[in-house]
Design a binder for this molecule. Sequence first.
Ligand SMILES: NC(=O)c1ccc[n+]([C@@H]2O[C@H](COP(=O)([O-])OP(=O)(O)OC[C@H]3O[C@@H](n4cnc5c(N)ncnc54)[C@H](OP(=O)(O)O)[C@@H]3O)[C@@H](O)[C@H]2O)c1
Length: 340
Amino acid sequence: MIGKSIFLADFIKEDSVTNQKELTSKPLVDQSLQMKAAVCSHYGPPEVVKIQQTDMPLPGEDEILVMVIAADLNAADKRVRRLEISGFLRPLMRMVLGFNKPRRPILGTAFSGIVIRKGKKVNFFHPGDEVFGVTGLKFGAHAEYLVIKESGCVVTKPKHCSFEEAAALPFGGQTASYFLGKLGIKKRVNPKVLIIGSTGAVGTAAVQICKSYEINPTVVCSSQGLDLMKKMGVEQIICYDQTDYTKISEKFDLIFDAFGNSNKKACLKLLNTGGAYRSVGGLEISSDSKEQLYYLKTLVDQGKFKPVIDRFFSLDEIVEAHHYLDSGRKKGTIIIRIKP
Ligand SMILES: NC(=O)c1ccc[n+]([C@@H]2O[C@H](COP(=O)([O-])OP(=O)(O)OC[C@H]3O[C@@H](n4cnc5c(N)ncnc54)[C@H](OP(=O)(O)O)[C@@H]3O)[C@@H](O)[C@H]2O)c1
């Protein structure tokens, strides 16, 4: 604790282009280097997450300090909060994440915000830069401030995109682009694509990435997702609560299960010769990278990608947000507005 008000003016350079007047007039923190954060005190139901004052992180030489404007709440947060894994992997997960509670108790991975301060070895980013990115296993985005390495998964925000949309980009976007990449979508000529579970963050991103390649995918979703899929311009929609998609006669070149509960054997029967199947539900883990963020940013700049946001919650409503995530019914992404 430092008994002094720290002002953004201390951090923002004079040549900052971003809303400088407003930024310089606001105290960064009152009387101390403390911040508000959603802290996951134990593994368990949404109520284990509590809003607390906690120490604000300070950037190392190769790191930037980001004032977080928005963050997403996603399956990774749920998995950690609930220690959601069974069998022999559970003890392994405790070793990685913490035995009785998360070692990194502030959840949240995908974020957007404004660079407030930089370490002396940071060259690319400057105070005032608007950025978005992913903290990965370090989590920490459900807080007013976070630090991330300049070389980490962080890039400048697309210009024509709100902070909320930028925070909604990485989780679904990176996962979908990773798995569609592994399916070899770029190399196929006019492939017939089936996306199972098309209404979550990963599914809605997969639909848009397919469309960016001028592929009109067939999708599997519930009747509640029908309108969203129609709005996104999808023409072939199979409602899993009305039709068993594994029994249809149509065949596909690529099948991507973006929800993760499909029966692999049944799906393989839906493939044309030389076709490929991939699911988010297996042991394969998608990777995060700066390159993927640049790729998503380009899609946004070209008007080919607009992340689907279901609901917004304030940081104070974090428990309610976790309950909604646990319902399993969200469409697209849940956004936590850290700075309302
Ligand atoms: N392997 C990896 O590296 C990786 C990376 C990221 C995410 N994931 C996994 O990807 C999955 C998807 O995440 P997400 O955030 O996009 O969505 P999610 O929150 O897990 O799922 C919600 C969506 O799935 C739909 N849904 C529910 N039951 C379904 C069913 N039986 N068939 C098809 N759709 C169904 C829901 O709509 P309706 O209820 O209306 O159907 C809702 O739109 C998660 O399980 C996550 O763990 C894996």
